[in-house]
Design a binder for this molecule. Structure first.
Ligand code: RIB
Ligand code: CA
Length: 311
């Protein structure tokens, strides 16, 4: 079976954690590296969290390379711990990570791995590293098989009424990436909101009696409490895992061609994604996710996370 070569660019983040654990348990994917970026928490912490997750997954073969410490142009505030916890992973107790930090910058690692063979980038945090990749390696887009991005929103945002967090955190980077000459699949909030885990699923993970199951249930608990406050129920939205799911199960997410753009000005709309689905854009290589089957998604996440500890 041909494995899909991917790099996961991430700002762990509890939903990043589920996405990363899903990918590392899936033999269909050759996870070449995790690259960290500032987003949910600062880049020191996202890098540390990525190393923690490599340790938790028992995958010391996967390097962690540090990326950008902040947005390209305007500083952005970190959320104050009410979504992902103050450490970004639900404030559980963790041993110091043993997985080493690669001595290579995230952008250079992505470019190097892309130069060897077709590479898919799974972007589940702010897009700063990918914008820097375009700037530092002109023409790199031709070596990238596809960019799968969790980000944006067709209608309502989450960090503001108009903007989704990953795009809002670095709109200039997102504008550059979405305008790039590479195949993109964008998975916006209206898609990711279909991918929820319930308390029944959290109880399933806790009941596995494994380190991964216990930690996934534990780190998602504060996230469930946040969802109850903001959405009125504890169903946790697995935003980032949909990006891994898109690569893992080709065709499982219904997509359509669209023109994608980002508002970088706008007092009220900075970070808003403008997703144009009109017929004229149907054949574009920039695609937007529209629908997934929640039962299929949840069954796969459960089955793959139950594989830990990996043999
Ligand atoms: O808006 C959801 C995105 O923002 C996810 O990537 C989540 O991890 C947060 O970073
Ligand atoms: Ca994320």
């Amino acid at each position: 079976m041909a494995r899909t070569r991917i790099v996961i660019d991430t700002d762990p983040g509890v939903d990043d954690a589920v996405a990363i654990l899903l990918a590392l348990a899936s033999e269909e994917l050759d996870v070449l590296a995790l690259t960290s970026v500032a987003g949910n928490v600062d880049v020191d912490q996202t890098t540390r969290n990525a190393r923690r997750l490599v340790d938790l997954a028992g995958r010391p073969d996967v390097p962690v390379a540090r990326g950008a410490a902040g947005p390209l142009v305007h500083a952005a505030r970190f959320e104050d711990g009410h979504v992902h916890g103050h450490d970004g992973l639900g404030d559980l107790t963790w041993a110091d990570p043993t997985a080493p930090e690669a001595g290579e910058h995230a952008v250079d690692l992505i470019a190097r791995r892309a130069s060897e063979a077709p590479l898919t980038i799974v972007a589940i945090g702010p897009l700063t590293n990918l914008a820097l990749l375009r700037a530092r390696y002109p023409g790199i887009e031709s070596a990238i098989e596809r960019v799968v991005i969790m980000g944006g929103a067709s209608f309502a945002g989450n960090v503001t009424a108009a903007a989704e967090f990953n795009v809002w955190f670095d709109p200039e980077a997102a504008a550059s990436v979405l305008a790039g000459p590479w195949p993109i699949t964008l998975l916006p909030l209206d898609l990711t909101h279909q991918a929820t885990l319930t308390d029944v699923d959290l109880a399933y993970f806790a009941g596995l009696g494994t380190e991964v199951g216990t930690r996934v249930a534990g780190m998602l608990e504060p996230y469930a409490a946040y969802h109850e406050r903001w959405h009125g129920n504890r169903d946790v939205i697995m935003h980032d895992a949909t990006a891994v799911y898109e690569v893992l199960v080709p065709g499982a997410i219904a997509t359509r061609g669209a023109h994608l753009a980002v508002e970088t000005g706008g007092a009220l709309t900075r970070g808003m994604t403008v997703i144009d689905r009109r017929r004229a854009h149907a054949e574009r290589p920039t695609r937007v996710g529209e629908h997934l089957d929640r039962e299929h998604f949840v069954a796969l996440v459960r089955e793959r996370l139950a594989r830990y500890p990996l043999s």
